[in-house]
Design a protein around this ligand. Structure first.
Ligand code: IMP
Ligand code: MG
Length: 185
């Protein structure tokens, strides 16, 4: 089973604790007419947990999805961002919280932020589960960060390598011995 060969970086309990803390911090910033925009695909699990934590923190956001792609089943960023599915709600004059899995070069999030700001959002915040420091190609600072992540290619909790491992309830690193055997690497 591939699961046995994944080294756990952030386990379920640690992620759950951080989600509650981030939801409390988001609630404390007193958002108005909040729209959460989850960036597909990688953020689906994080977004699902974060919005439930936001509910427990007393918030009632609406939820939307945008599907962006910059990776194209490779582990090196192409440097280009494509809209595969756009948001369907009006964002004008609303507070928008972008939710993404991982901030690396920052191109994906910067692209999404600019897009929503250009459509007249009142404020565009961002929450990322993981941030890889020192990898930024554009100047963007997320408002909420789950964990500062070492510079490994991580999988699980919604994140994939060549479409596998999204189902894992934790974030982990594929052990090096496995990588030669993985499709697409
Ligand atoms: P950025 O545009 O370079 O910041 O890339 C961010 C996107 O690349 C994330 O939303 C992920 O989809 C993907 N990504 C970057 N690093 C990793 C990783 O370590 N594991 C899985 N996906 C990653
Ligand atoms: Mg992504």
């Amino acid at each position: 089973m591939p699961e046995r060969r994944i080294r756990v970086l952030y386990d379920e309990a640690a992620i759950a604790r951080r989600n509650e803390e981030m939801a409390q911090a988001i609630a404390a910033s007193n958002p108005k007419d909040l729209l959460v925009v989850a960036v597909l695909k990688g953020s689906f699990m994080f977004a699902a947990d974060l919005i439930r934590a936001m509910h427990r923190a007393g918030l009632a956001p609406q939820v939307e999805f945008v599907h962006l792609s910059s990776y194209r089943a490779a582990t090196v960023s192409s440097g280009q961002v494509e809209i595969l599915r756009d948001v369907q709600s009006e964002v004008r004059d609303r507070d928008v919280l972008l939710v993404d899995d991982i901030l690396e070069s920052g191109r994906t999030l910067a692209f999404a932020k600019d897009l929503l700001a250009a459509r007249g959002a009142a404020r565009v915040w961002s929450a990322v589960l993981l941030e890889k420091p020192g990898k930024r190609a554009v100047n963007i600072h997320p408002d909420y960060v789950g964990f500062e992540c070492p510079d490994y290619f991580v999988v699980g909790y919604g994140m994939d390598v060549a479409h596998s491992y999204r189902q894992l309830p934790f974030v982990g690193v594929v052990e090096t011995d496995d990588q030669a055997g993985l499709p697409g690497i």
